[in-house]
Structures are given as C-alpha cells and as structure tokens.
Design a protein. Structure first.
Length: 447
C-alpha cells in the first residue's frame, strides 16, 4: 500500500537516511492513512539517538521536549514533528510510564512495545508498510487487539484501557476477546491514572459513532471511573413515559445527541440523581427534584475528573433545566434567552430532543413537534434582533438619569422592569416609548 507522505515527513526520513540512519513514519498516522483518513499528526521513529537526530537537523529549529524518552521535536513549515529513537521500555511501577527506556537499533522491538496492533505499524516510502503484528488484518476485521500479552500491556499503562474503549467508539471496531477480558480484569488499575487523562479519553469515547456499544458492553469500566453510575443500571422507572431502565435511557439519550462534548456529557449525567429521588405514587414511579440533586452530583463528578469551569457550568446548567417546561411562545423563549443566553438555550433544546428520543416512542412525536416550534421561534427572535437582555434595550442608565430618574439602585430596578415589559410584549423597545414609560411609572429626582 502506498501512503502519500507530506513533503516535510519525506524530508525528515530522507535527511536521516542520508546520515546513515533508518527512519519511518509510525503509529497513529499510519493507522489513519490505512483507514483512508487524513492523519492529524505525523510521528517519525529512527535508529538515530536524540543527539544524532539533532545534528542531522542542526540548521532547523529543534525543541528537546522528551529527551528522556528519546524524542525531539522539529519545527518545519509551521508544524511540529516528533522524532523518536527506537526504544524498548523499562519497568513500569505506576501503571502509566516506564521508569526508564533503552534505545535500540531494531524497529521491530520498538513496535513490540506499543499498545494495539493498529498502532504498531510503520511506513517507509520505499519499503512500504511494516506490520509485524497484524495491524492491517485487524483494521480489515475491525478489531482492537493488544500487541502481545494484553494483561501485560494494561499493567504497563492502565490508560490503555480507556484508549481501547475510545478507539472502539471512534472507529466503530469491536474489542478482541482476550483484550476485552484483560480490560475487565484490570479495570481497577484505572484508579492509578490521573483524572485529567481519564477525562480526555472519556470525552472522545462519548462523541464516537460507536458510543452506544461501548457504553453498553463496557459499563463496568464507566462505573470504575464514575461509580455513581452503578445505581442507574437496572433501576426501573415504572413510568409509562419510560420503557427503559435509567441506564438504558441514559445511553440511548447519549447516542441520540449531537457528537458534541458538552451535550453528550450532559446526557451521560442528566439523570444521575434519579435513584436518590425515586418515589412510587399513584401506581407510577416519580423522580421529584432529580434535576437539582443530579446537578450537584454531576458537579462533584466533573470536579473529580478535573473538568474546566466552563464545561462544569455548561453541563450543570443544562442538567438543572433539562426537564423544565418551556411553553412554545415568543415571550417565554425571550425569557429563557434572558436567563441562560442563546448558546445555552440552543444546547438545552438539543438536550431535550436527545432526551425525548430516549422516552417511550408513543410520546415522541408531540415532543419533537414542540421542540421544532420552539427552535423556529428562537430563530425568528435572533433573526429579528428582538430584545431579551439589558444590553438590547434602546436606553441605558444614563438616559434615565437624563430624564430625572433618581441615580442609584433605582436605575437598575427601572431598567429591569422596562426589560420585563419589552420581553412580555407590553411595550416596544423604542427609546421614546421606554423613556415615556419610565417617566410615567417611576418617581423623578426632586432635585
């Protein structure tokens, strides 16, 4: 198979070979090229030691980013290319990184230390693909398989457990049986991995096209990193609106959401509080207050996984309001725009849509019709630049002071009342109208 290497990668390989060293494109870039995808990053491995590699590119800009592990970074054409010496890893003591590495001259040994067969391939423009562990066969068979002993691979680096699930979700591949068995057997090693690393793999898993199968088949791994989810599994809702248990509903809502981190993370956690709020009344199950309980649980989970403040705020806001009744009327939509803003309201409508698809089918069409109406009203409000926030008002505090409204706290109160009247459609958002209403309804400064 021929792979079109970027000019810079070809230059790196040629330059190293001109100095007497083997060099290959390696890892994920080769995998992506075999899959027919455009590689995002191109990594190169070589028989040259880091110092020798630096000498080969002495007139180029070089960053000594990972000398301990044999890596230097080369800036070419505005892009960074990592060049790493063939190596084998020493003892792993923390289930994440080797204590040391040993540089070797053999490509095969370097490929043997890698995680999965689909990532253990190299490419040379003259020699073609070097694939000692059957990566191409596994791509053709759509399998994620560890290189060598799966248990050993996960003992070395437990993050590979999450990487296996992420690749299965992103690529739509199944996980080979021995690898799957080792994943489940070694799942507790994930407790040794930094939360930030877990979080990034979870994000990519959630937005993958095959997230449904991964979340269903490997829920034990999800529970390992988010123990609160265990209570959702098998928790029957006993409600005509729901034909699935809470976890089944959760998974279905995730995969019916757009492949967006914020939306899918919201769907993963939106009903996390249900088991704590369950009551059985009038022969039906109810979950009064699960939104508020779930919001606080989700906040703690995301803080534990070291999510940034923006993500935490966005997801918890959406969970708080995911079950809110929003009548499809213009003034109601304007009020919600005032409360949470356009971006968050559009996200909330997507959350509600994904949630609706995970309810019993007989209730789906009316919910979708309502959401379509709401989206249309929202689009119209935005297209017409209708007023829904103080910044949209045709007057500000200085205008009120100019007509004699007492300066101070009353200014904010008056503006707020005027905004409410505009949002409700009682008055027009026009300067003269607003000032006339202010003067007639509020006391003027006697000074």
């Amino acid at each position: 198979m021929h792979i079109n290497l970027p000019h810079e990668v070809q230059y790196i390989i040629n330059t190293l070979e001109e100095h007497g060293f083997e060099a290959y494109a390696v890892g994920g870039c080769v995998r992506d090229a075999v899959l027919g995808k455009e590689p995002k990053d191109w990594d190169i491995c070589t028989g040259a030691l880091p110092g020798q590699t630096a000498e080969c590119f002495g007139d180029q800009r070089i960053f000594e980013t990972g000398l301990k592990h044999g890596t230097i970074s080369l800036l070419l054409g505005g892009e960074i290319y990592e060049i790493t010496t063939f190596r084998i890893d020493g003892i792993y003591k923390d289930n994440r990184r080797p204590e040391s590495v040993q540089f070797v001259s053999d490509l095969h040994n370097d490929l043997a230390r890698r995680d999965f067969t689909i990532n253990a391939m190299a490419y040379h423009p003259a020699k073609g693909i070097i694939d000692p562990f059957g990566g191409i066969d596994d791509i053709n068979n759509q399998l994620i398989r560890c290189v060598g002993d799966a248990e050993k691979r996960f003992d070395e680096d437990a993050l590979r457990i999450m990487r296996a699930l992420r690749f299965a979700s992103e690529l739509g591949f199944a996980i080979e049986s021995h690898t799957a068995e080792a994943i489940l057997g070694k799942k507790n090693l994930l407790h040794n991995i930094a939360s930030e690393r877990i979080r990034e793999e979870l994000n990519r898993l959630l937005i993958g096209d095959n997230a449904l199968n991964v979340l269903t088949e490997y829920v034990q791994i999800i529970v390992t990193i988010i123990p609160e989810i265990s209570a959702l599994i098998g928790f029957e809702q006993n409600n005509p609106y729901h034909n699935l248990d809470v976890w089944g509903h959760t998974v279905k809502s995730v995969i019916n959401a757009p492949a967006d981190k914020i939306i899918r993370l919201t769907m993963l956690l939106h009903d996390i509080g249900k088991p704590l709020c369950y009551t059985f009344e009038n022969e039906k199950g109810h979950f009064h207050g699960h939104q508020e309980v779930g919001t606080e649980m989700a906040r703690k989970i995301m803080r534990r996984l070291k999510y940034d403040n923006h993500t935490v705020h966005a997801v918890t806001t959406l969970i708080t309001y995911h079950d809110a009744e929003i009548p499809p009327r213009a003034k109601t939509i304007r009020r919600w725009l005032n409360r949470i803003g356009e971006e968050r309201l559009r996200q909330l409508l997507l959350v509600k849509r994904a949630d609706a698809y995970a309810h019993s089918e007989q209730f789906l069409k009316p919910r979708l019709d309502t959401l379509d109406t709401m989206t249309g009203i929202l689009d119209e409000i935005i297209a017409q630049n209708q007023c829904f926030s103080l910044k949209d008002l045709a007057i500000d505090g200085r205008d009120l002071i100019a007509v004699g409204i007492a300066e101070g706290a009353d200014i904010g109160r008056v503006l707020g009342v005027l905004l409410d009247m505009v949002i409700d459609g009682k008055i027009e958002n026009e300067r003269e109208v607003l000032l006339r209403e202010a003067v007639s309804a509020f006391p003027l400064n006697s000074d």
